[in-house]
Design a protein around this ligand. Structure first.
Ligand code: F6P
Length: 360
């Protein structure tokens, strides 16, 4: 009997359970076994973390946020953190992972992840593991797919926050800064900012000029707008300046942690504007909760497509959405570099046509 594996890696994101359910349902129809690996690649190092997934296991999980398999962004088998004599050392455990995959009888592996996880998948492919990728991230920063699942739900959360901030901003005649996620990309900030009617949107792709931002708020005040709402992507930074990088608590994180730009902007504006400035950091609320209708449908279809690719023997491919078509593209092309917003593209131009100030 054919046996495939599935794991979810990197930060969680709404829709992961939809993919898992889609894979299990489509595999069971083909009479295949599915092994779920818990906590990303990490799970291969622990026998008890690899378990068969039945239809029963995936029942009712479609509307649930997170991942029933668990995840971690500390599970790179080529650079695996191991505690030795009270110190963390990075060790290559890939041999162990590859032989575990063979021992489990897994003939193909579905890897659901963002650019970090998919790059690891590519390395494992080189070691002979047949892999199909599924693009996951609220940041929407993967090439070769119009959108990743999870992005739409994050947008809904950020837009809802903007709606709520508007009413309190208006009552108090304040400037409200909403800091959203997105890492080095401004997709969440720009699209939620447009949807939520923001006055100013600051994204990493367009380094901002704080004096111009202040000027725009003052001018808006002259035209009768006694409050302003600013969306700042966590990766945004001033012209000639640099990103704000947070110390990870306990120094445990292996990925750079951004954040604090909202506080920085509020401080800078507070110094020049007469209005009160307040900051809201939306944080992990953007990653949690039930996936939107769009993400439920997309993640389910991605799961099915992953099984279809395995059936066709198309390994090294990542499922994707182009226009309204679900398709596939080489993982290699998807992770070549991050997909960022074109500062001269239509999305930015349309935002500016709407009267939104983009920090320049
Ligand atoms: O990549 C997804 C993401 O949520 C980014 O938007 C954010 O910078 C990062 O992960 C936060 O990571 P952590 O969960 O480690 O705080």
């Amino acid at each position: 009997k054919k046996r495939i594996g599935i794991l979810t890696g990197g930060g969680d994101c709404p829709g992961l359970n939809g993919v898992i359910r889609g894979v299990v349902r489509a595999a069971v129809r083909r009479d295949w076994d599915v092994v779920g690996i818990e906590d990303g690649f990490d799970g291969f190092l622990h026998q008890e973390k690899c378990r068969l997934l039945s239809l029963e296991d995936v029942r009712g999980i479609l509307p649930r946020g997170g991942t029933i398999l668990g995840t971690t962004n500390r599970g790179n088998p080529f650079s695996f953190p191991i505690m030795r004599e009270g110190k963390i050392e990075l060790v290559d455990v890939s041999d162990e992972v590859v032989s575990r995959i063979e021992l489990l009888g897994i003939s193909a592996l579905v890897v659901v992840g963002g650019d970090g996880t998919l790059k690891i998948a590519l390395e494992l492919m080189k070691r002979g593991v047949p892999i199909v990728g599924v693009p996951k991230t609220i940041d929407n920063d993967l090439l070769e797919t119009d959108v990743t699942f999870g992005f739409n739900t994050a947008l809904e959360t950020a837009t809802d926050a903007l709606d709520k901030l508007h009413s309190t901003a208006e009552s108090h005649h304040r400037v409200m800064v909403l800091e959203v996620m997105g890492r080095y990309a401004g997709w969440i900030a720009l699209e939620a900012g447009i949807a939520g009617g923001a006055d100013v949107i600051l994204i990493p792709e367009i380094p901002y000029d704080i004096e111009r931002v202040a000027q725009a708020i003052v001018e808006r005040g002259r035209r009768g707008g006694r409050f302003s709402v600013i969306v700042a992507a966590e990766g945004a930074y001033p012209k000639g300046g640099s990103r704000v990088v947070k110390e990870a608590a306990g120094g445990k994180s292996v990925v750079e942690r951004l954040g604090g730009v909202g506080e920085k902007i509020s401080h800078e504006l507070g110094g020049v504007l007469e209005m009160d400035v307040r900051v809201t950091v939306l944080g992990h609320l953007q990653r949690g909760g039930s996936p939107s209708t769009f993400d439920r449908c997309l993640s389910s279809r991605f799961g099915v497509q992953a099984v279809e690719l395995i059936e066709a023997g198309s390994f090294g491919q990542m499922v994707c959405l182009k226009g309204r078509q679900i398709g596939a593209a080489p993982i290699e092309d998807a992770v070549r570099h991050l997909k960022l917003i074109d500062p001269d593209g239509a999305l930015v131009r349309h935002a500016e046509e709407l009267g939104i100030m983009l920090g320049r």
